[in-house]
Design a binder for this molecule. Structure first.
Ligand code: IPM
Ligand code: MN
Length: 340
């Protein structure tokens, strides 16, 4: 018997194809019998262009009161120069990640038929609040020939350890439990050493889990050559960002890639979003693939404790045998609902 509690979910459709794919995700949640009380939040590039609003303290606090946040995509159209670079990334998306302490970016992949990773499931556990994303650094003598720009990478023992622990917890549930630390310990010796030592220490508590290490450049080759070597990849914020686009590409395209920006300590809501962007070029054409948003919704259901509903959606997506490229956005959902 599913719990009777109605989950309160903040919905940020956002820009481009964001609202279209979120609509499909909500249809699927409804079809598996989970009742949500949703509230729409008008945030993103379109909102910013209308009235200059990005995100303020009050809205952040309001969002904090929800059980979860479902986000479509945020960002202006390619070549739209009206929004200074970083305004929405730092001001909205990263502010949510940092402000709500969404310290894990969990990105599961499953190779669709015909892709390099065909049939293989693996996941990236990306640290989501530190690394080069923390904003450490600055600029001196801006615009002069003697300009200096520095951009540090913040790695705390606490932040690294909670991320690595999450990776091992996830790996423990796998059929073939394996964690691969990806870093660049041969060059980034300070941060790399911390990640390496923490991984070795945590690994000693999980004797049944195989542990491996790859340099990030080598991992790019392995992901393309033989993704089956990976179970859980654990890595820092920037490496995780880059590797997850590659992992999406070898798994059939970023249109399938889901993510959970998680606060496993549950001191606030977690945020679920497709890895892909707003894709303004296909917005409104019905050509957006909603499966990444639908899989993100499955991750949200799992986080909300709706295990059987989450599993149904996950299995339906994994076994989806229709060609998404021949279907419209809502057509994909129609086909998926038939298979639930
Ligand atoms: C992602 C995106 C973001 C990131 C951008 C939009 C800030 O690329 O979620 O992967 O770099 O984390
Ligand atoms: Mn990215």
């Amino acid at each position: 018997m599913a719990q009777q509690h109605t989950h309160r979910v903040a919905v940020i459709g956002g820009d481009g194809i964001g609202p279209e794919v979120v609509r499909e995700a909500l249809r699927v949640i409804d079809a598996v019998g989970v009742t949500l009380a949703t509230t729409d939040f008008d945030l993103g590039a379109a909102r910013y262009l209308r009235d200059g609003f990005v995100l303020d303290d009050d809205t952040l606090e309001e969002l904090r009161s929800y059980d979860a946040i479902l986000l479509g995509a945020i960002g202006p159209a390619l070549g739209d120069t009206r929004i200074p670079g970083g305004t929405l990334e730092r001001g909205l998306l990263l502010r949510l990640r940092f402000g709500l302490d969404l310290y894990i970016n969990y990105r599961p992949f499953r190779g669709v038929p015909g892709s390099i990773a065909d049939g293989h499931s693996f996941a990236i556990v990306r640290e989501n609040t530190e690394g080069p994303y923390a904003g450490e650094g600055g600029v001196l003598r801006h615009g002069t020939p003697h300009e200096i720009a520095t951009q540090g990478s913040v790695n705390t023992r606490f932040g690294v350890e909670r991320c690595v622990r999450y990776a091992f917890e996830r790996a423990a549930a796998l059929e073939v439990p394996k964690v691969t630390l990806v870093h660049k310990t041969n060059v980034l010796t300070y941060a790399g050493d911390l990640w390496q030592r923490v991984t070795t220490q945590v690994a000693s508590e999980y004797r049944a889990i195989a542990v491996d290490y790859n340099h990030v450049d080598a991992a790019c080759i392995y992901l393309v050559d033989d993704p089956t070597r990976y179970g859980i990849i654990v890595t820092d914020n920037l490496f995780g960002d880059i590797l997850s686009d590659l992992a999406g590409a070898v798994s059939g395209g970023i249109g399938f890639a889901a993510s959970g920006n998680l606060n496993p300590a549950r001191t606030g809501p977690s945020l679920f979003e497709p890895v892909h962007g707003a894709a303004h070029d296909i917005a409104g054409t019905g050509r957006a693939n909603p499966l990444a948003a639908i899989s993100s919704a499955a991750l949200m259901l799992e986080h909300l404790g709706e295990m059987s509903a989450a599993r149904r959606v996950e299995v339906a997506v994994a076994e989806f045998d229709a060609d998404v490229h021949q279907l419209t956005t809502s057509g994909v959902t129609d086909e998926l609902l038939k298979r639930l």
